[in-house]
Design a protein around this ligand. Structure first.
Ligand SMILES: Nc1nc2c(ncn2[C@@H]2O[C@H](COP(=O)(O)OP(=O)(O)OP(=O)(O)O)[C@@H](O)[C@H]2O)c(=O)[nH]1
Ligand SMILES: [Mg+2]
Length: 314
């Protein structure tokens, strides 16, 4: 019989994985998916215990697949936070949906997140789930805001739509029933050596998180299309013992957006810089010096060359 030499691209264990790990070590991938704004990123941060993904009240905040790794002596759970599932309008959206698909392909367990307020108008998430075989946990989020009987009603509705799923009502914000999710995931995890070194927290580099923190502040400080037309790239990241010095480029699509972003006398952008620096100092545990430059890149969301430059590989 011919040997199959095509190694899988993902799920490749570390070299010499048996070194030092118990035989019953568990490891696997957990994909967090759902519609925009239901609380996927809030949940991932809760599960990992770190503020890895940015969170805002606006839909489509997350644009990448962001892995958050939780390590224990005999387990490694690799969560993937993903963009909310939408009908793509731009090349950017298509790339975001490819991130969702790649996380589903790798998944050992799927956390399908919905919330009390999701108007079930499209079954696009359910359709995507039909193509996977991994066990699905359906999480009804934001139950801290529930009125009487609302949780029971929503649970019943979802049970009808997804009769094979285990349903858990949660509050990602308040940490309600998070332990129950963890226990279920661990039960479902296959025996496997770790995929990543045990001290790693994410697959993303430090400058990615720095850029995301700036993007979060832009989502929080501006209205309408400005946050959606903005992309951030950290082009310099120099760290010494005491301080990290960063240069970030902020791209918008139009001249008018550049004006709005900078604001009168530069006040608006200054505010973003101060807020971002504060959060970066907490994230990196070090003093941060941040310089920002605003540039115009017309219609960057529509062009694959631009998107590739920004890390949305097509
Ligand atoms: N009350 C309440 N609010 C929550 C909860 N979980 C998340 N939120 C809020 O819901 C909003 C969206 O949260 P995110 O975690 O950014 O949602 P997301 O699903 O990652 O959104 P996208 O990245 O845009 O797809 C934020 O304002 C959160 O603070 C919860 O359990 N209770
Ligand atoms: Mg998100």
């Amino acid at each position: 019989m011919e040997e199959n030499n095509s190694a899988p691209e993902n799920n490749v264990p570390l070299e010499n994985p048996d070194n030092g790990y118990p035989e019953n070590h568990k490891a696997g991938y957990v994909s967090i998916i759902g519609k925009p704004n239901v609380g996927k990123s809030t949940l991932m941060n809760q599960m990992v215990g770190e503020r890895l993904s940015i969170i805002t009240s606006k839909a489509q905040t997350t644009r990448h697949r962001i892995m958050g790794i939780l390590n224990g002596p005999d387990y490694q759970i690799i969560y993937s936070d993903t963009p909310g599932i939408i009908q793509p309008k731009y090349e950017l959206h298509k790339s975001m949906m490819r991130f969702v698909h790649s996380s589903l392909e790798d998944a050992d367990v799927i956390l399908f997140v919905t919330d009390l307020f999701e108007q079930f108008e499209e079954d696009d998430v359910i359709q995507k789930l039909k193509r996977t075989e991994a066990p699905i946990l359906l999480l009804i989020n934001k139950v801290d805001l529930a009125k009487a009987n609302e949780v029971e009603e929503k649970t019943r509705e979802w049970q009808e739509r997804m009769p094979d799923c285990r349903i858990i009502p949660i509050s990602a914000l308040q940490g309600l029933n998070i332990g129950q999710i963890f226990d279920t995931i661990l039960e479902e995890m296959p025996q496997h050596p770790p995929y990543f070194p045990k001290d790693e927290l994410s697959d993303k580099p430090e400058r990615f998180f720095a850029a995301e923190i700036i993007r979060e502040k832009i989502f929080l400080n501006y209205k309408k299309e400005v946050p959606y037309s903005t992309e951030v790239a950290v082009i310099e990241f120099k760290e010494d013992e005491k301080i990290i010095r960063m240069r970030a480029e902020i791209y918008v699509e139009r001249r008018t957006q550049k004006g709005i972003l900078i604001g009168k006398g530069g006040e608006a952008l200054k505010k973003v810089g101060i807020q971002a620096r504060k959060d970066m100092e907490a994230f990196f545990g070090k003093q941060v010096h941040l310089e920002t430059f605003v540039k115009i890149q017309p219609d960057w969301r529509k062009h694959n060359t631009q998107l590739n430059r920004f890390g949305y590989n097509s």
